[in-house]
Design a protein around this ligand. Structure first.
Ligand code: COA
Ligand code: NAP
Length: 276
């Protein structure tokens, strides 16, 4: 942990769903390094325990709870448990997700339902339970939803996730307006392909990683820390007037899909004006 960091989040409590692995863990480390007490929650202790040990060893304040974001009873129980020792949750990061690459003709009804339940319904359930408590406490709060750029450009092979993430973007923008009078800020982060994560392994297996890297204008995959830094900014006082925004952190990946991009080496695109 970087000890010279300003302790911007001292006294704040942050809940990161799916915070034991991948991007969630990257966010957890940045928030803990800035003094937040971080609560991580997901289905498997095997994913949670190593992150608790790592962050604790670095001097961070962290606890873990078993939670399936599809289960509203569990979410409500988690809020009650947290309130036994803390004032509540100041920052909610809806990061948990389920995804798998599948041609839509092979996607079963239950496969569709499972991903939509985790990504869209799980985000809504956590937002409703923890957001309403933020409103009742009257001290404001900040929510970040982790989405993906295919929420707006779509993608074959992940129709369930793309549709669910599009729903999360709509949820983000709707509640940003509805809950602004209660001093809640609700934003989203859309990461590009991030190295060493479950999402990268599932969507970009090793045989295609190099092609993915070359397709990104920045010519590299992102790091989990880069998503953590974006989250730390959105949760900080520096972002106090930003709400309903989707911050894309992808090295130019989705913009680079423009139809003219592939012609960027053609001389007229390198500064030579077309002759009349
Ligand atoms: N291809 C096609 N269908 C699949 C699939 C795959 N790779 N993986 C799961 N499914 C289907 C199952 O067949 C089942 O449908 P069925 O009952 O019609 O057969 C349905 O999805 C639910 O699967 P199940 O394994 O029971 O769900 P679960 O709740 O135990 O796990 C998943 C949820 C499927 C999303 C699982 O992959 C998971 O736990 N993922 C978490 C990590 C992750 O996805 N990280 C990436 C985030 S971007
Ligand atoms: P990951 O490491 O597989 O993380 C997913 C996390 O979600 C795991 O910790 C998992 O823990 C948890 N989870 C899954 N189902 C859950 C449930 N029902 N209830 C509670 N927790 C659950 O994947 P990742 O790549 O870091 O993804 C994190 C987020 O970034 C996701 O929202 C994903 O869509 C988004 N994203 C990732 C990329 C990328 O390149 N990696 C790109 C764009 C967007 P348990 O198994 O213990 O429950």
């Amino acid at each position: 942990m970087n000890q010279v960091l300003e302790q911007t989040f001292t006294g704040k409590v942050a809940l990161v769903t799916g915070g034991g692995t991948g991007i969630g863990k990257g966010i957890v480390k940045e928030l803990a390094a800035r003094g937040a007490h971080v609560i991580i929650a997901s289905r498997s202790l095997e994913n949670l325990a190593p992150t608790v040990a790592e962050v604790s060893a670095e001097g961070g304040s962290i606890e873990a709870h078993i939670l399936d974001v599809r289960n509203t009873d569990q979410i409500e129980a988690l809020l009650k448990t947290i309130k036994q020792t803390r004032h509540g949750v100041d920052f909610l990061i809806n990061n948990a997700a389920g995804n798998f690459l599948v041609p839509t003709r092979k996607l079963s009804y239950n496969g569709w339902k499972t991903v939509v339940d985790i990504v869209l319904n799980g985000t809504f359930y956590c937002t409703k339970v923890f957001g309403e408590d933020m409103i009742e406490r009257g001290e404001g709060g900040k929510i970040i939803n982790i989405v993906a750029t295919y929420a707006w450009h779509g993608s074959p092979g992940v129709v369930h996730s793309a549709a669910a993430k599009a729903g999360v973007v709509a949820l983000t923008r709707s509640l940003a307006v509805e809950w602004a009078p209660y001093h809640l800020q609700i934003n989203a982060i859309a990461p590009g392909p991030i190295e060493g994560t479950g999402g990268q392994e599932r969507l970009f297996p090793s045989e295609v990683v190099e092609a993915v890297r070359q397709s990104i204008p920045a010519k590299r995959l992102g790091q989990t820390r880069e998503i953590g830094l974006a989250a730390a900014f959105l949760l900080s006082p520096d972002a106090s007037f930003i709400t309903g925004e989707v911050l894309t952190v992808d090295g130019g990946a989705w913009l680079g899909k423009g139809m003219l991009e592939k012609f960027a080496d053609v001389p007229t695109f390198r500064g030579g004006a077309p002759t009349a």
